[in-house]
Design a protein around this ligand. Structure first.
Ligand code: NAG
Ligand code: NAG
Length: 357
């Protein structure tokens, strides 16, 4: 009898074994709550790269200025804030102003006649990742002061847009918050390309990419459980292909697009969305849970579009169907549920039947 009770109890224990809630990759990091201060030497090393459209044979001009109050004077000498809107681009961990991807991303903005300011994050973030994560706050504050100074020199907040990738998204958001504190105005738009999750998952909204930091805030999630973040962090949150893994095809063979590939895809989707402004159509979902599975096709379909034309009067969580091949968008075709669901493209290759191989 006793034996029976004991074995019953132990099997109950096994049956209810708690494997915990998935915390995500590197949910917490040391000292994210603490102050991180830049030395004068580190501050002096910060710079921005300016690119602006010109009528010369070569199209664009380029200059480098310091990311500081005095650097703002240097910027104001080169850029026309009255005539042109300004786009600030902040790349993520271990990416640099000269990387081809960064150059690709800013090119559609240049074509539309924008001033471009690329924050040179590479040298300062070239440290271990948890240290780089802590640096997003002081760098963001310096960038915010710099942008406020540019506003004193004629740059309207309504003509200011910030785009940040990965860790750069948190820098951009912090800069927007600091800018608001100093000018009492918010930048027109803030976009996060797979805002970084590691070290940020459990921080309060005020300490990370934040939906109130700018007039309009959007985020594109492409690798949310590893390098990105699963929580909604914007006014409009797009979960591309469900938000975690991105589809890929090489030849006729399915090659997975795993962690780094999926994270970087955010930049590619943004690149294509800025030149195909009506094509990246996304569907409204009830929750991130539904967005993960692309389970957003029941009842009334409400849409939004990734890119310059996002409708911020329709805030919420959106599932963005994604094709494996460039240019990645589905357009209207994506408004019809795919038979196997788009979220798990690897499962598409296998049928749920007995197999002889
Ligand atoms: C931040 O501080 C809170 C309490 O103030 C603490 O519970 C939390 O663990 C800290 N997080 C990190 C990452 O240090
Ligand atoms: C944006 O969404 C609102 C609310 O659904 C709608 O009334 C408006 O027409 C939309 N704007 C555009 C340009 O589609």
């Amino acid at each position: 009898m006793n034996f029976l009770i004991i074995s019953l109890m132990s099997s109950l224990v096994l049956a209810t074994q708690d494997s915990g809630y998935p915390a995500g990759f590197f949910a917490d990091c040391p000292g994210m709550n603490r102050t991180t201060t830049l030395s004068d030497e580190t501050k002096d090393s910060l710079s921005v790269v300016l690119i602006w459209p010109t009528r010369t044979l070569f199209g664009n001009s380029q200059a480098t200025c310091k990311l500081s109050i005095s650097g703002a004077a240097c910027v104001a000498r080169h850029l026309d804030f009255k005539k042109r809107k300004t786009m600030i681009f902040i790349s993520g961990y271990l990416d640099a102003s000269f990387s081809p991807l960064v150059r690709f991303i800013v090119s559609p903005y240049l074509k539309r006649g924008r001033n471009i300011i690329i924050v040179e994050t590479f040298p300062v973030l070239l440290r271990s990742y948890p240290l780089a994560a802590r640096l997003t706050k002081p760098i963001g504050n310096i960038l915010g002061e710099f942008l406020a100074e540019l506003t004193h020199r004629g740059m309207s907040p309504n003509k200011l847009e910030l785009v940040g990738g990965s860790l750069g998204a948190h820098i951009a958001s912090r800069a927007a918050v600091k800018y608001h504190y100093l000018t009492h105005k918010k930048p027109a738009r803030l976009t996060g390309l797979d805002p970084a999750g590691p070290c940020f998952r459990n921080l309060p909204p005020s300490e990370r990419f934040n939906p109130t930091a700018a007039q309009r805030v959007d985020a594109l999630h492409t690798n949310m459980d590893v390098f990105g973040i699963a929580d909604t962090v914007a006014q409009v949150d797009f979960y591309a292909n469900g938000g975690e893994y991105q589809p890929a095809i090489a030849g006729n063979f399915l090659l997975p697009c795993f962690v780094p590939c999926s994270h970087i895809r955010a930049a590619f989707y943004w690149l294509y969305a800025t030149s195909n402004t009506d094509k990246f159509i996304a569907l409204r979902c009830d929750s991130v849970f539904h967005a993960r599975r692309g389970d957003c096709y029941d009842g009334h379909i409400e849409t939004n579009v990734l890119g310059p034309k996002t409708n911020f009067s329709r805030p919420g969580i959106y599932y963005l169907p994604i094709k494996a091949e460039k240019p990645f968008y589905f357009g209207e075709e994506g408004l019809v549920r795919k038979s196997f669901g788009l979220t798990n493209y690897l499962l598409n290759a296998v049928s749920d039947e007995n197999l002889i191989i």
